[in-house]
Write a protein that binds this ligand. Sequence first.
Ligand code: HEM
Length: 410
Amino acid sequence: MVGDPAHVLLDSATRHERVLLRAARPALAALLLGGRLAVPIRRVPRLGWVSADPLVARQVLGDHRSFTLVAEGGVGHLWAQVLGDWVYDLFDGPGHHDLRTRARDLFTEATAAELVRGAWDARLATARAALAAGDPVDVAGLARVLVGRMLGSLLGLGTGTDEDARSLFATGERLAAIALGSAADTTLGPASVAEAKRIVDELTAGVPAAWRTAGPESLLGRCRELGLGLRETTGLSALLMVAGTETAASAMARTVALLHDTGEQHRLLAEPALLPVAVREGLRVTTPAPVIGRSVRRDVTVAGRRLRAGERIMLLTWTANTAPGGFDLARPYLPANRQLWFGAGRHLCLGAALARAELGALLRTMTAAGRPWRVERRIPQRRALIPTYRELVVRQADDQHRPAPVGPRP
Ligand code: HEM
């Protein structure tokens, strides 16, 4: 962060991650880094309550009687303005419980793996060949194409060309950008509401036909079979678009960079069985949704402080998740932070299994040739909702430059 005296002492992986936060939004970087002091919980002028404590985050996210995401300050409030008041029921009312119960099996480990295979196999084979040939590959661009292809496949629009995928991704990004100005205020102006509605209509244009006719192997067909109506399915599609687009692409590019910057790629190449740990550590250290907001629904005590109905709380999940240290394949499972990068409680990320499968598939592609990669160029994404790379060009070293294998840690 600007004026951060520790900056010069940071290791290169941490330095690069901080550059991404600042490039995305300087105020976000200041909040996340300064937020280390918000443990267990603090009141900050203009922002309301702030906490970077994983246990407080879990308590707040697990207490849906006292906290809500559909009032001012929560993402549901944003969506209600775009999709309509029915969102209040679907997001946080009895409709939400029903939706989550029906949607429980939409993204299991098995269906996620199947979705990734169907939407990505051909494109990943091309990337693998390019890497093996020693060609430069822009992993950030590749991640956007892959996620765009997944979006097309999930929304019944087909996977199409790389250009189609990029355009889908960019449309999802435009929608998310409307939320950019909402960190301190989730009330949208009429122009933003109109633009968001137009984008949702454009992106979900294929949903009604696919919902009616698609087979049960597709997501929309499965929604129908699970008893989700067209309105719920369209709402869910809009949600997937925003929740699962930039977050997944960010985790993918940043984890490839972290493996390089920490040197942990050598350990992963020597021990491919560490892949699930690389996925978990990548998600923990990047925490692509770095802040989760809630409104206080009724007076409640949290970590000894009295929160009043109508106030807001920001949970700094990035700060909580990175406090234990940097990306490290030897790091044991952290019970307090478990999955906090996917939230917790009733709104725990619906696409968690898909996100893990996506990141795993990219890392398998990166390590397929058994050769390490070097980063040739990186450009952070400026003014982004989710911190990430605009460009991350990597090239795999040829065999002559292959470092000695790393043995397992004692
Ligand atoms: C690395 C990638 C991802 C991260 C870090 C992530 C993170 C999150 C977080 C933190 C929440 C909870 C928000 C809250 O409580 O306010 C959430 C919710 C959600 N995510 Fe993800 N997500 C990712 C990928 C995906 C993908 C790939 C999909 C689906 C295609 C998806 C679909 C959803 C949905 C539908 C919700 C709302 C669930 C509800 O309100 O019941 N996410 N995600």
